[in-house]
Design a protein around this ligand. Structure first.
Ligand code: SIN
Ligand code: CO
Length: 392
């Protein structure tokens, strides 16, 4: 049986092929006991600790805040913030917890039935009883895994882009949320709810230890994709490629922008953009852009590949830096582009496949052609780091 035809308890006994065919991007799926005996990889105090650190994206949502309903504040927070909060009806949300807590990052491995470059990050929320962020829609697919305590989820179906939202607050809360009969559940630890984009949902904590893990996926908007692809392509186009009107007939009115002129421009734009090879190069770069670019710290001094080989032979390992993203695309049966953190390098196909799939790299990787030079370059770019550095 291939992996895509193997039933997964994570998917409630569906195979990846069944889940992708029927639910992914199409409709919600409640999975009771997706993780059996699930123990939260962190507790509310640890989450609050992360929310107090500089450079970590954290938000606090108070339903009845001192400055109004649905008050949102942004971290870093401090102890005083938490000690002034009431007993209920607030939520702390911390983004990209997988970058900071290895046990949380390990959860991502469970989602390998999806392309890894579709993963965005793991957001974790903590809420005492009554805490919620209000009924809303997200633009992304998300798996909502209950980590501890209970949360009641109510769903309201797919919502139009222009659905009315509450005025005068910093959150996009649906003004009109109707629960679909039957789509109303209390999730226990280990239960998980998959939601496609644009699906109205409302999750309210039922206990004082409610932790919810959101495994979120990225999908660029047409707006971002067009701008970013045009930028990428634009840098490579010769100045001589421009609007051309050789052989045109004399204009009837020199001030008119006639159909033939519009068609010439349209043809130039479409022919320039419709370049599958360039599009693939841009797409790989776009989908491996790190969430927080400044988390990657480039080396000050270039690494000597021979020295790197010696250190690997001594038993040291290289690890993917938290938040780094890898993907590959074959160019032919021997070469590939390895996409790493928004960049692309040409390398042997076998090397690209191994580098993009392993988070830990040991001396055996050196058996592959071109490994030492590429590893040195990735170490210098900050995409890889010596395992020892994580233990310090
Ligand atoms: C939450 O964890 O409170 C909200 C998650 C979501 O609705 O996307
Ligand atoms: Co949501």
């Amino acid at each position: 049986m291939s992996p895509s035809d193997t039933p997964l308890s994570l998917l409630g006994g569906l195979t990846p092929a069944e889940f992708l065919g029927e639910f992914w991007q199409r409709k919600p799926l409640l999975i009771r006991g997706a993780f059996t005996d699930f123990h939260s990889p962190l507790d509310p105090d640890e989450l609050a600790g992360l929310a107090c650190e500089d450079g970590i994206e954290a938000r606090l949502v108070e339903e009845d805040g001192a400055e109004g309903l649905w008050q949102v504040s942004h971290g870093p927070f401090d102890e005083a913030t938490f000690s002034r909060l009431p007993d209920r009806d607030w939520t702390l949300l911390v983004q990209a917890v997988d970058h900071y807590v290895p046990e949380v990052a390990e959860l991502l491995g469970q989602f390998d039935f999806l392309p890894s470059w579709r993963l965005d990050d793991i957001m974790i929320s903590y809420a005492p009883k009554g805490g919620s962020v209000g009924p809303h829609v997200d633009q992304y697919d998300v798996f909502l895994l209950q980590a501890s305590g209970q949360r009641r989820w109510q769903l309201g179906g797919r919502v139009a882009d222009d659905a009315p939202i509450l005025d005068g607050i910093d959150l996009r809360i649906l003004a009109d949320f109707q629960v679909d009969p039957g789509d109303d559940w209390v999730l226990e630890p280990g239960d998980m709810l998959y939601l496609p984009p644009s699906w109205a949902h409302h999750g309210v904590s039922q206990s004082d230890d409610c932790l919810t893990i959101s495994v979120g996926f990225r999908a660029p908007s047409a707006d971002d994709a067009i701008t970013s692809y045009a930028d990428y392509l634009g840098e490579q186009l010769p100045a001589s490629r421009r609007y051309a009107d050789a052989g045109m007939t004399p204009p009837q009115d020199p001030a008119e922008l006639d159909d033939a002129a519009v068609e010439r421009m349209r043809a130039m734009i479409l022919e320039t953009l419709d370049d599958p090879a360039q599009l693939a190069q841009w797409f790989g770069r776009a989908m491996t852009q790190p969430k927080y670019v400044d988390q990657l710290v480039p080396n000050e001094h270039p690494t000597d590949p021979a020295e790197l080989v010696a250190v690997l032979h001594e038993g040291e390992a290289l690890l993917r830096s938290p938040g780094s993203r890898f993907a590959w695309r074959a160019m032919d049966d021997k070469r590939a582009t390895l996409f790493v953190d928004g960049d692309g390098v040409d390398c042997p196909l076998a090397l690209a496949r191994v580098l993009a799939s392993r988070h830990t790299l040991k001396a055996d990787i050196l058996e592959l052609d071109g490994a030492s030079e590429l590893l040195a370059a990735l170490l210098d770019a900050g995409s890889l780091a010596w395992a020892g550095e994580f233990e310090e």
